[in-house]
Design a protein around this ligand. Structure first.
Ligand SMILES: [Zn+2]
Length: 417
């Protein structure tokens, strides 16, 4: 069988034919070059308006990298024609295997992008003997195609969140779709300001925003403001996972302060090594931590009382009716305000001032799951962590859309990977 037969089977281009195939010595490596020619009677297509025109002239032969064969680099060689277009003047023709100034064929970019979902970009480059930049451009191309072709008409629930980025010095704002039948990353933006989230709504459009039913977020003020302004009709839900985070932060603070006080007074620092006993849910404790917790509960310490308040608050989520959940919330806040533990009082004040949004959780029950956001954030951290090359926002953004965006892919007659 000839190589041409295989090529015609896996990658046939209308109006073009495969010609000679020869070896090319490139440094120490042997490469395969496949000549491509336009069919004699075919007219070139203008890259400006996608319409056929007459041939103006021919440019020097260009090489387009194709999917390697038996680990041998493969190139398509073609001399691009220039088109004499009635509308655009003289333009370069458009060819089906490549786009714009890319030196990689679309098929090869798709191939690399596909592998870059399974391996890191560096590993992908290493496995196919190409460069990190080429993998990056391939993923970027796949993401741009996916973003241009994705369907946003079914979005009714979104989750907005902030994540630390760039070794914890900067923030990203992420917006997920959290509908039960479709979960994906919709948007990434730099910073966590009012402007940032406004940019999402601009991209999303007023018509789609009008169809939003539920929005889940944490209590970050700029987000609350933008959501109220741009999608005030949707039910805004405060996320359970973020409330737990506020609670844990408060307990951590109480514990640290109290440990210091005990030490200063020369008392037994019972709280040392107790951090995880107090932050973990009781069912997740190890046996040793459980014993420690038992000891701690016998002392009348602020940290312990905070812990009990936090555990008590878990009952809040068990309610079905927003009304009774509200009654519970008010009682809990009252008790906490009387506790004289400042960091916990701060949490109570926070919850009180967002009472309605908290109770929305019960109104939205069953339709959205905020656990999805936590899961997404974990996957997001994994993506940014393993990506040594992502120093720029652009690369990070591309990588996140690629791994979390559930983007559509072009249809290919032959599956290369
Ligand atoms: Zn044209």
């Amino acid at each position: 069988m000839q190589l041409k037969t295989i090529l015609n089977r896996v990658q046939k281009f209308k109006s073009f034919v495969y010609g000679n195939i020869f070896w090319l010595q490139s440094g120490e490596n042997l490469e395969l070059v496949i000549e491509v020619a336009a069919r004699a009677n075919s007219n070139p297509i203008c890259s400006g308006c996608d319409r056929a025109g007459s041939v103006y002239d021919r440019l020097a032969t260009r090489l387009f990298e194709f999917v390697p064969l038996w680990n041998i680099a493969v190139f398509l060689a073609y001399a691009m024609r220039r088109v004499n277009c009635k509308r655009c003047g003289v333009t370069v023709e458009t060819v089906p295997w490549a786009e714009g100034k890319h030196t990689l064929t679309k098929t090869y970019m798709h191939f690399l992008a596909k592998w870059a979902k399974k391996l890191s970009w560096k590993e992908t480059a290493g496995a196919f003997r190409t460069s990190w930049e080429k993998v990056f451009h391939s993923v970027q191309w796949a993401v741009e195609w996916g973003l241009a072709h994705r369907d946003l008409s079914n979005v009714t629930s979104i989750g907005v969140d902030e994540v630390l980025w760039h070794r914890g010095h900067k923030y990203l704002t992420v917006v997920y779709q959290i509908d039960s039948e479709c979960k994906r990353l919709l948007w990434v933006g730099k910073d966590r300001t009012i402007k940032t989230l406004l940019r999402f709504f601009r991209m999303f459009g007023t018509q789609r925003s009008a169809h939003l039913l539920f929005i889940c977020s944490d209590m970050w003020k700029p987000y609350l403001k933008v959501i109220a302004r741009k999608a005030g009709h949707a039910i805004h839900v405060l996320d359970r996972f973020h409330i737990a985070m506020h609670m844990n932060k408060a307990i951590d603070k109480v514990r640290a302060e109290e440990t210091r006080e005990l030490k200063a007074k020369g008392l037994d620092p019972v709280l040392t090594h107790s951090r995880w006993c107090l932050l973990k849910r009781p069912e997740n404790l190890t046996l040793k931590q459980e014993v420690k917790l038992g000891d701690l509960l016998r002392c009348n310490l602020k940290a312990i009382r905070s812990y009990l308040l936090k555990e008590d608050f878990q009952f809040f989520w068990e309610y079905v009716s927003p009304h009774w959940a509200g009654v519970f919330l008010d009682r809990w806040c009252k008790r906490t305000m009387l506790s004289k533990i400042e960091p916990m009082k701060k949490v109570a004040r926070l919850l009180r001032s967002h009472r309605e949004l908290l109770l929305n959780w019960f109104r939205a029950r069953g339709t959205i799951s905020s656990g999805v956001m936590e899961g997404f954030n974990n996957r997001l951290k994994l993506t940014t962590r393993k990506s040594y090359g992502f120093r720029t926002f652009r690369a990070t953004e591309i990588a996140l859309y690629h791994t979390l965006g559930a983007l559509p892919e072009p249809e290919w007659t032959h599956k290369f990977c």
